[in-house]
Ligand binder design. Structure first.
Ligand SMILES: Cc1cc2nc3c(=O)[nH]c(=O)nc-3n(C[C@H](O)[C@H](O)[C@H](O)COP(=O)(O)O)c2cc1C
Length: 424
């Protein structure tokens, strides 16, 4: 019956000759070999002294230390309890007195005691699971924070070590407070509102929010919160996982910036130009002003490449980009859109202003003398086509096409000029 009860609770029952040297050895071997979480040591006869010896075995002490919740229940028939302290000091976690009356009654008492022990082991097993989970959370590499929405203002009831490391707050400074203490002046109120609404509805939520560490330093927090439901179906806990994504966001914006940049000249590239054209069109519409586009193409660049090689060609392009960049003014956007092609978008510019700007750029190109590493080469020259118009009568892609056609004319005229193709 005792064996059955213990086994029903998932415990293995091993009969040992307790109290003897061979019993201790066998027990220690068993503990070391197997994943044993709890011990019930019965003393049907002989009193606690042999048990004391057994409990004092160093191998047993090592086993107890390795357990999160060591459980050593000693059933003793010692009548007055004077040996209890010694048993507890030797490592027993519970000492239960079982009056040994001998015979059937004694056996029954022992049975009852063992049933209690088995139930206690089951309970402690649960506690051990909880303690194991807690230790796993404590040592997890992600920051965890658990709140109790059943309490006023949904206070934090648990944070792990990584949360402390991430936020710089110590556990005792955090427990009992709502997590909004991490927010500050730069925190987006709309994000916080959405967060609050999701939580009030008991929904999972994931946001990126600007938070502040204990020392005031801001960080981008990727926050994922999940509700945990109790047996009554209500949300009993919220579990939040915080990740510092400051570095990743910074890398992302660097990558985004790089995606809009021409690698050779570091000027905005074709993609950046398309975005700028959209914005320029919106600005011109809003202010009811004309906008102009210049298409620039170097003259004779192919010959530079052919006679001096691509590396020399690249040198020239870098040099040309520098000269153009230093001569564009505010309200003018310069991009490199292909081999030796550049485009400038000019706010508040009609045909005349566009052609004047084109001439300014041509002068700047030639004034610098030979470009690149070949001092004997001629100063770079270019042809420029210009077109202007006021949206919505004209779209920016139409202006680009007209500027391209004007460039063709400038080339046909021998190059080195800026020509406008008047609007239809
Ligand atoms: C488990 C849990 C963790 C949370 N962690 C954070 C956090 O790291 N950073 C943050 O800004 N808000 C966090 N919050 C959100 C705030 O506690 C609060 O719910 C939010 O500011 C919306 O409520 P309020 O509008 O009343 O401030 C967390 C909420 C819960 C339930």
């Amino acid at each position: 019956m005792v064996t059955g009860e213990l086994e029903r609770h998932g415990h293995e029952v091993v009969a040992l000759a307790g109290g003897t040297a061979s019993g201790a050895t066998a027990l220690v071997e068993l503990l070391v070999r197997q994943d044993v979480h709890g011990l019930v040591l019965g003393v049907p006869a002989g009193g606690p002294l042999p048990l004391l010896r057994l409990l004092g075995d160093p191998a047993l002490a090592a086993w107890r230390e390795a357990q999160a919740v060591p459980l050593v229940i000693v059933l003793t028939d010692e009548p007055d309890g004077t040996g209890d302290l010694a048993l507890l000091e030797a490592g027993a976690t519970h000492v239960w007195h079982v009056r040994s009356t001998g015979g059937a009654a004694g056996a029954m008492l022992m049975d009852v005691a063992l049933q209690y022990a088995a139930a206690a082991l089951a309970g402690e097993g649960l506690e051990r699971e909880v303690s194991l989970l807690r230790r796993m959370l404590d040592t997890a590499r992600a920051a965890f924070c658990i709140s109790d929405p059943g309490l006023p203002d949904d206070p934090v009831v648990y944070v792990n070590g990584e949360f402390e490391r991430l936020t710089g707050y110590r556990r005792e400074e955090v427990l009992g407070r709502n997590c909004r203490f991490l927010q500050g002046p730069g925190t987006d109120r709309a994000v916080v509102r959405a967060l609050g609404e999701a939580l009030r509805e008991g929904q999972p939520v994931e946001v990126e929010v600007l938070n502040y560490r204990a020392d005031g330093r801001p960080f981008w927090n990727h926050l994922a919160i999940d509700p945990v439901h109790g047996s009554d179906g209500r949300v009993s806990r919220f579990v939040g996982v915080q990740t510092d994504v400051t570095q990743r966001l910074a890398e992302l914006s660097t990558a985004e910036a790089a995606a809009l940049e021409d690698e050779l000249t570091r000027l905005p590239n074709r993609r950046a130009l398309l975005e700028e054209l959209r914005q320029a069109e919106a600005r011109a519409l809003r202010h009811e002003e004309p906008v102009a586009v210049l298409f620039i193409d170097l003259d004779g660049f192919k010959e530079v490449n052919d006679s001096h090689g691509h590396a020399a060609g690249d040198e020239v392009l870098r040099d040309v980009a520098l000269r153009l960049r230093s001569s564009v003014r505010s309200g003018e956007f310069l991009a490199r859109v292909g081999g030796d092609e550049f485009v400038v978008v000019l706010d508040r510019a009609d045909d005349d202003a566009a052609v004047a700007a084109g001439r300014r750029l041509l002068d700047a190109l030639e004034a610098g003398g030979p470009a690149g590493a070949h001092p004997d080469a001629a100063a770079p020259r270019a042809s420029i086509g210009a077109a202007s118009g006021a949206p919505p009568r004209v779209t920016l892609p139409e202006l680009v096409a007209r500027a391209d056609a004007a460039l063709y004319r400038a080339k046909a005229a021998g190059g080195g000029v800026a020509t406008a193709l008047p609007g239809a």
